[in-house]
Write a new protein. Structure first.
Length: 513
């Protein structure tokens, strides 16, 4: 299939092409047959730009052997639809449903057309991402029933959990169909907060939107801010200084370490090993306090900005980070030995919540969870943005696809990130931290693609008039991975669900665009 590809400038290996309806489907088929995968699917309202006919755009971003391939399909307002690709990429199903809820563009031929994000928060037939949407004129929220899939048979009953939970976490509903304590089926429903984050981007300039991007999912603030910065720099034609690139990598690895420390403690706790929670949370707290002392924020928010970074480090702080990384590594190795030799933990971890490599490939499991199920993808090694090409990242991986495999991948990545912190601190060059940004050209498009601790953070930006954002879409890897939990829990007992769920530790907020 011959398409006119345009390579986008910047760090991320991204190319873009316009397609027709036949090419839209054919591109998806060719990507699937070539072993590629869907990264994101979203849309935009271009009606105020169209000269002759009202138009929307639907975009799909695919990971292929050469990088990221984005295809754009123009959709006429008279018939706002596009061909369904969920038969080729099952992960697209919820993205397509969300696209209809937000823009009113349906996937023709899709088997599942239930609302995904609306929840009765806005009237049927009203679409928040359209240019003429006026939130001030919306009526009060109305209850909307959701058609959960029912499982029937002797002894089958349901356990509804959420959306409000006992802990201080974001809302999500889980509907279990069970016999005894064995799970026959799980169905999720997410997106209850209605943050309106995609719409909110329209009130930011391209230079300032990184602040909102860093809050798409707070535990991945560096990954999203970096992906946003890549996209902004691509459309602006800006090149960040070498020192800024190295500091960005340092911040990304610090974010990865903090999350792995917390998750390893929580996984031990969910298997009734409270000692693990106490020890790992102690280590995480020390790590976060060091981040606050050196960079001014425990979670490292607002540090990665278009054109560079907002904060660096000096020689004394560098020595402190190296020393601390050695100390964390020593304790992590000791704790790993305890995990490996603890019969009770291994009994709970092994074979629990298994996702086979074949199922992971078919359904598009990505990131950390994907690497634990034989999907050896890590952008830091596969498509290394500077400075990762010099750091030679060692990819973690496993094939068992159970809780034990996801725990082991976390340990491997934790230890590798501690090594990377030391290498980055030693290799960071002197120089400026950021550059001045040129003015955004209306209609300019950019994309960013960064391997966060959970998986790939993707951001696409289109510039509007006066340096404003016209459309920005931020995509969390949890979109791909939440459906896999529904499969992982099948055949397991209900009390193992918290353990399985935590072994993925997906983002609710990242699904709530």
């Amino acid at each position: 299939m011959n398409l006119s590809w345009k390579k986008l400038p910047g760090d991320a290996p991204v190319a873009m092409a316009a397609v027709g309806e036949w090419q839209w489907t054919e591109a998806a088929r060719l990507v699937r047959e070539g072993g590629g995968r869907l990264v994101a699917l979203w849309g935009a309202d271009h009606r105020d730009l169209a000269e002759d006919e009202d138009e929307y755009s639907v975009y799909a971003a695919y990971a292929v052997k050469d990088g990221l391939a984005i295809v754009e399909l123009l959709v006429q307002d008279s018939a706002p639809s596009y061909p369904d690709i969920s038969g080729l990429f099952p992960a697209s199903g919820r993205m397509q449903r969300a696209l209809f809820d937000l823009l009113g563009i349906g996937a023709s031929g899709a088997a599942d057309a239930r609302p995904w994000l609306r929840h009765g928060a806005w009237p049927e037939g009203t679409f928040p991402l359209r240019r003429d949407f006026d939130a001030s004129k919306l009526p009060p929220n109305a209850h909307a029933d959701y058609d959960f899939v029912r499982v029937e048979g002797d002894g089958v009953h349901e356990i509804p959990v959420g959306p409000i939970h006992a802990g201080i976490i974001e809302p999500g509903h889980f509907r279990f169909s069970i016999v005894g304590e064995k799970v026959l089926r799980l169905e999720e429903r997410l997106g209850y907060v209605h943050k309106g984050i995609d719409k909110r981007f329209e009130s930011f300039t391209v230079a300032d939107g990184h602040r909102l991007a860093g809050r798409v999912s707070g535990d991945s603030t560096v990954a999203f801010a970096w992906a946003y910065a890549q996209a902004a720099e691509s459309l602006l034609g800006a090149v960040p200084p070498a020192r800024a690139r190295w500091v960005r990598a340092l911040l990304l690895e610090r974010e990865r370490i903090a999350n792995h420390l917390g998750d390893l403690g929580a996984l031990g706790n969910d298997a009734a090993f409270a000692f693990a929670l106490a020890q790992f949370m102690r280590l995480k707290e020390d790590w976060l306090r060091e981040s606050a002392a050196i960079f001014g924020h425990r979670m490292l928010m607002d540090l990665v900005v278009p054109g560079g970074v907002a904060h660096g480090f000096d020689a004394g702080e560098a020595a402190r980070m190296v020393e601390h990384s050695h100390a964390i590594e020593k304790e992590a190795l000791e704790l790993r030995g305890i995990f490996d030799e603890h019969a009770g933990l291994q009994d709970r971890f092994l074979t629990t919540g298994r996702v086979t490599p074949d199922l992971a490939r078919k359904l598009g499991l990505t990131g950390l969870a994907g690497r634990a199920s034989g999907q050896a993808s890590d952008l830091r090694a596969d498509f290394p943005a500077a400075p990762y090409g010099e750091l030679k990242v060692r990819k973690a991986g496993a094939a068992a696809g159970d809780v034990a495999a996801r725990v082991n991948v976390r340990f491997d990545e934790l230890l590798e990130s501690l090594r990377l912190v030391r290498a980055i601190v030693a290799g960071t060059p002197e120089g400026e931290l950021r550059v001045e940004l040129p003015k955004a050209r209306p209609g300019a498009f950019g994309a960013g693609w960064v391997e966060g601790w959970r998986g790939e953070a993707f951001v696409a930006i289109e510039a509007g008039e006066g340096g404003m954002i016209r459309r920005c879409h931020a995509h969390d890897p949890s979109w791909q991975n939440w459906p896999l939990i529904e499969h992982a829990v099948m055949g397991n007992i209900v009390p193992d669900f918290p353990l399985i769920n935590k072994s993925f530790n997906l983002s609710y907020s990242g699904q709530d665009c």
